[in-house]
Write a protein that binds this ligand. Structure first.
Ligand code: GAP
Length: 514
């Protein structure tokens, strides 16, 4: 079996080879942690965004959308706490001169312990067969219990030190665990320092009058500062939400994981405004709702888990991540945060403008509390893409590379092939294309043998291939081949559209959430 690193390398090279993701400015040797989405990538990304937007905005009559500007008044970031507190602990290795996030070094160490637990579980499952009870094994096997305890103790200590800004203890922890630089193996570390992640820029033509600005590090603040505008003009009553998707920028210290951690990325965020005191209930509801959204895509229940935060961000009273099993292990995909009234109260304080809601049932004004759901679109792209990429051994002994994207998200829904480039078959294939293209993305391919064309579309993630042959001219039928099962059916041309629609219809996918 290929190791994690090989699998991840394959994901990256496949994304490039099939026109999904390119390194930004590649002809100039690229820009670190910045990526461009190519012809297929842009479609997959758009479809994921749409799948989120429909689930959040269209299906909830108490959530509306927003598209706030990336540039915001600089005081926004003072009020939100980002100027003072939006930083990561960095550490340098003195021998390799490589820079790391100190907390990530420790978390990676813990991930290795978790990997050992998983290995023990797999071994035991194999040994005990059907009689295996995972929960009992986890709580009674002494070696596993010890691993678990070690992992928990380390994470607790890290969380506490970060919360108390005790960076000396973070360094001590790295030293005690004998964590070495992954590049050089050296354990010669500098002290841990805080590093602010916001990118600064300037607004204005002349140096004297230019105003210092930041590129937004999260889209959420655009929602907070528009809270009253939206509430009043939409006449929403609490509880209600505002959703938006858009670019965010962070000067990440370490960005070596392809589109997992980028310096320019896209977020899909929703702030849900609620009555103070109801935050626990809404926090649980949104955790459940968001997990259902993920599971509806069928990437496998075992690939998700919740992780409650030990260290809370400066604005939160509870927070959890939905983690996904990426090729490099379980990592954060989405955050659900109970943000209290921190942001609105701070904007009220810094702007001098009231950001309160008049609750007619309670007959009083208050600053609403907020539960936020925040997912990285690029991270979701990576989750979907990496999970879908498979190498399959076929019955005839050959292998095929297939990108089993959920059909609802696939960039191209169908490819249409004439069996040969003559006898009127290309013309009939084009007729079919000209009909289908009004409904979804289709492509035409007449090059190479049909088997090779199938392989090309398998690797491209196209769920259906339609082949036009001589019989098609006589009886107006074609073969439709399903990417995942490789099954082929002879169907009437008139039925093709309905067959494809049934598989790609967003409504039926989203209904799996209920
Ligand atoms: N408004 C809350 C917020 O921004 P966060 O946990 O910092 O919370 C939310 O970010 C999500 O944004 C993460 O779960 C992740 O999916 C995505 N994200 C954060 N930093 C990222 C980066 N550098 N590159 C790609 N995605 C990122």
């Amino acid at each position: 079996m290929a190791n994690q690193e090989d699998v991840f390398k394959k994901v990256i090279s496949h994304a490039k080879e099939y026109g999904y993701v390119f390194q930004s400015s590649e002809i100039y040797d690229g820009l670190s942690a910045v990526y461009d989405y190519a012809q297929n990538g842009v479609e997959l990304k758009k479809n994921i965004r749409e799948y989120w937007w429909r689930a959040m905005v269209q299906l909830n009559d108490n959530i509306v959308g927003l598209d706030a500007a990336i540039f915001m008044h600089p005081t926004t970031w003072k009020a939100s706490g980002h100027v003072d507190a939006f930083s990561d602990p960095l550490i340098d290795n003195k021998d390799s001169n490589k820079r790391y996030r100190a907390d990530v070094l420790v978390e990676d160490y813990v991930a290795k312990i978790e990997g050992k637990i998983e290995k023990e579980v797999k071994k035991a499952a194999k040994r005990f067969g059907d009689a295996f009870d995972k929960n009992e094994f986890l709580s009674t096997n002494q070696r596993v219990v010890d691993y678990q305890e070690k992992a928990t103790t380390i994470l607790k200590r890290l969380g506490k030190s970060l919360e108390n800004e005790d960076l000396a203890d973070v360094k001590l922890l790295i030293e005690e665990l004998e964590i070495a630089c992954p590049m050089s193996g050296s354990k010669n570390w500098t002290d841990v320092k805080q590093f602010n992640l916001m990118f600064g820029t300037k607004l204005g033509a002349s140096a004297e009058t230019a105003m210092d600005l930041y590129l937004r590090p999260e889209t959420a603040q655009g929602i907070f500062v528009n809270f009253l505008n939206v509430q009043k003009t939409s006449r929403m009553k609490i509880p209600f939400g505002i959703a938006q998707t858009g670019k965010a920028f962070r000067n990440e210290i370490v960005a070596r994981q392809f589109i997992f951690r980028m310096r320019e990325f896209e977020q899909m965020e929703m702030q849900f405004f609620i009555k103070p005191g109801t935050q626990k209930e809404w926090y649980e509801k949104w955790k459940e709702n968001r997990m259902k959204w993920h599971l509806s895509l069928g990437l496998g229940e075992d690939n998700y888990r919740f992780h409650d935060h030990e260290k809370l961000a400066h604005y939160a009273d509870a927070a959890a991540d939905i983690e996904f099993r990426f090729p490099f292990g379980f990592k954060e995909l989405e955050g659900i945060h109970s943000r209290t009234d921190f942001d609105l109260s701070k904007h009220q304080e810094f702007s001098g403008k009231k950001l309160q809601y008049f609750d007619t049932e309670e007959n009083k004004n208050y600053v609403p509390y907020v539960v936020e759901t925040s997912i990285g679109l690029d991270r979701m792209f990576l989750a979907v893409f990496s999970n879908s990429l498979k190498e399959e051994e076929l019955e005839n002994g050959t292998t095929r590379t297939v990108l089993k994207l959920p059909a609802v998200l696939a960039p191209t829904k169908a490819a249409v092939f004439p069996l040969v480039k003559k006898d009127g078959l290309p013309e009939l294939a084009m007729e079919i294309i000209n009909d289908l293209k009004w409904d979804f993305n289709v492509l035409y391919d007449q090059k190479d043998a049909v088997g090779r064309r199938y392989r090309r579309q398998d690797a491209n993630g196209t769920p259906f291939c339609i082949t036009v042959d001589h019989q098609s001219l006589e009886d107006q039928t074609v073969t439709i081949r399903h990417r995942d099962t490789m099954e082929q059916q002879r169907v009437a041309i008139a039925d093709v559209k309905a067959i494809i629609h049934k598989e790609i219809d967003m409504k039926s996918w989203l209904m799996k959430m209920s």
